[in-house]
Design a protein around this ligand. Structure first.
Ligand code: CA
Ligand code: CA
Length: 186
């Protein structure tokens, strides 16, 4: 009887572990809770045109707002040192608010901070907080660096997430998972 109980307990633990690895992993970060930030990336609060959650980061509009895709004025960015608990293919999403067609993108770097052709997130929905989908990255267990960088002025980021759920489409603010973010003060 004792052995049976032990076997059942062990089986329960095994099932729990399997469920843990089989389930999707979604890690959510508030953009304003960066690990490091470099101007001209700045922190903003209380976006008057729709609510952000606790603040956002943004590239200020330049006196002469960009009028084409000629490139950024500097390499202002925010970097996040995130802990990935389960290896997998993670799709990145950003909760953004774009100014216009010349203020609607961020470069996104993952681990390689000097890529030859940096990826970026963009779409054509302006003056409204909404989620935009980025690339999918194969990530190992451990710490990874995720950076959002100036590509066009007037772009804002409230939150971002990485998820192993391929068909997941975020539609609103998500509860953040701060335990998976390294910050100098923590
Ligand atoms: Ca653009
Ligand atoms: Ca936020």
């Amino acid at each position: 009887m004792k052995r049976l109980v032990l076997t059942l307990a062990l089986a329960t633990v095994l099932v729990a572990c399997l469920a843990g690895t089989a389930g999707a992993v979604t890690l959510v970060f508030e953009a304003e809770h960066y690990t490091w930030i470099k101007p001209s990336m700045r922190v903003g609060t209380g976006d008057s045109n729709g609510s952000d959650s606790g603040g956002h980061i943004y590239i200020p509009l330049r006196p002469r707002h960009g009028e084409d895709e000629s490139g950024p004025a500097d390499d202002g960015n925010a970097t996040y040192k995130v802990y990935v608990p389960v290896a997998g293919d993670y799709t990145l999403w950003g909760l953004v608010r774009w100014y216009d067609g010349c203020g609607n993108s961020f470069y996104v770097m993952v681990d390689d901070m000097n890529p030859e052709n940096p990826a970026y997130i963009t779409d054509a929905r302006y003056q409204q907080w909404h989620w935009v989908k980025g690339r999918t990255y194969r990530l190992s267990v451990g710490y990874h660096l995720i950076r959002f960088q100036y590509r066009e002025d007037g772009a804002k980021l409230d939150q971002f997430l990485i998820t192993t759920a391929e068909d997941f489409v975020p539609t609103r603010h998500m509860p953040e998972t701060p335990a998976y973010l390294w910050r100098p003060s923590s």
